[in-house]
Design a protein around this ligand. Sequence first.
Ligand SMILES: [Fe+2]
Ligand SMILES: [Fe+2]
Length: 456
Amino acid sequence: MYDEPLKVTGELRLAELLSAMSCALDLTEGQPIGHCIRCCWIGHHIGRELGLTDQALSDLYYMLLLKDLGCSSNAARICELYLTDDLTFKHDFKTWDGSLPAALRFVLSHTGLQSGLAERFRALVTVMVEGGEIAKELIETRCYRGADIARKLRFSEDVALGIRSLDEQWDGKGLPDRLAGEDIPNYSRIALLSQVIDVFHTASGPEAALSEAKKRAGSWFDPTMVEAFEAVSASSDFWQMLASPDLHDKIYLIEPAQIARRVDEDYLDEIAEAFAKVVDSKSPFTSGHSERVTVFTDLIAEQLGYSVTKRRWLKRAALLHDIGKLGVSNSVLDKPGKLDDEEFAQIKMHPVYSLNILKNITAFSDIAGIAGGHHERLDGKGYPYGLKGAEIDMDTRIVTVADIFDALTADRPYRKAMPISKALSIMWDMVDEAIDPVCFEALKVALDRIGEKIAA
Ligand SMILES: [Fe+2]
Ligand SMILES: [Fe+2]
C-alpha cells in the first residue's frame, strides 16, 4: 500500500548536494541567493593561489559552503535585542566598515525600525552599554553552533574550527576568541576575506571588492591572502564566472575529483536532520518542531501500512518541510500578538520558499511538493496555492496532520501548549474541511497505542 521504490542516490556527489542546499543558508543571512556558492568560488581561487593541497582545498570548499550553518541560531536574539528584522540587519552588518561613526549610524538605522520610540530608546541603551558583550554572544552562538553541525555532518575538525573562527580578525579584534595573525585557522582567514569580497562585489563590482580587500589588509585580513587575491583578481575569467548564473551548476566541479565525496542513503538522512536543526534553531518557538513533526509523520505512515522504504523517504520530507522559514524574519515568526496582513503574507511565503529550495536539489526534488503543500486544506482555503481535495496527495496530507498536531501541542508565541486531548478535539473539527479523515484517524490510533504501552 502507498509504496514506491526509494530513489537511488549512491552516485550523488556531496559537493553537488551541499552547494544546492547552501542557498537555504543564504536566506538566513539576508544575502542575495548564491552568497555561499560565490564565497566558495572566491575562496577556492585564493586557496589555490596560496598552494593548498587537494585535501586542504576540499576541506576549504565545504567550509566555505557551510560557513553559515549556525546563522539561524542567533536570529531570534537579534530581533529581541535590536527590535528589528534579522535578515536586513545581517545583510547590512556585513557592509559595515568597522568605524565608530558608522557603527552609530548602523545601530540608529537598524534598531527598532518598526517599534515605538520608548522601546527603540531602551534597545539603543542596551546596545550601547552592552554592545561588545552582545556582539560576542551573537557571534559565539552562531560559530559554535555552526561548528557543531559541521562535525555532525562528518566533516573534519579543520572544517569545524574554520567555521568556529569565521569572525576572527588578523589584528586580534575579532570574535569570539580574539585570535590574532596565524593563530586564526587558515580557512577562517580565507572565508572572512571571501565574504567581504562577495558582498562588495555584488553591491558595487570588482573594483570596489578589490579596494575593500586592500584597505583592510593587516587589520581584518591576512596581508598574504589579500596579495593572493590580487593575483587571482587579475584574471577576467575569475570575475566573469563569479557574476555568471552558471556558477550554480558549475561550482561542484571545482572540488578536487579524486577525493570527491559521495552521498549514500544514511548520509542523506543525516543531511536532512542537520538542516532540520538549522531550521528549528531559528526561533525558540520552533525549537524541535521539525523533529517532532517527523516522529508524528512516521507514526501515521506506519499506521497506514507504508513500507519501511517509503517511510524513510517521507521522514525526509517532514524534516525539511519548513526549510523555507529560513527566509522569514523572526520579527514575524516570534511575534507574540496577532499578525497584520503584511506579516501574514510573509508567513504564507514559507512553503513557497521550501518548494523552491528543495526542487532545485536533485536528491530532494521529489519531496518538494510535500513541503510546498503542507499548509493546504482539503476545502481549498489553505495557502499558498489554494489546492483542493484530490490535488493534495496522501503524503502531503500526512505531513499536514503531523504539523498541525505539533503546532497545537507545542508552545507558540501567541499561546501555551495544549493537552493532547484538546488538540485532538480541535483537529476533529477540522476533519474533511481542512485535514484528511484517514490520516487523522491513523494519528489517533497510533497515539492510543503509545498510551496503552505507557499504561501497561
Ligand atoms: Fe509550515
Ligand atoms: Fe511546520
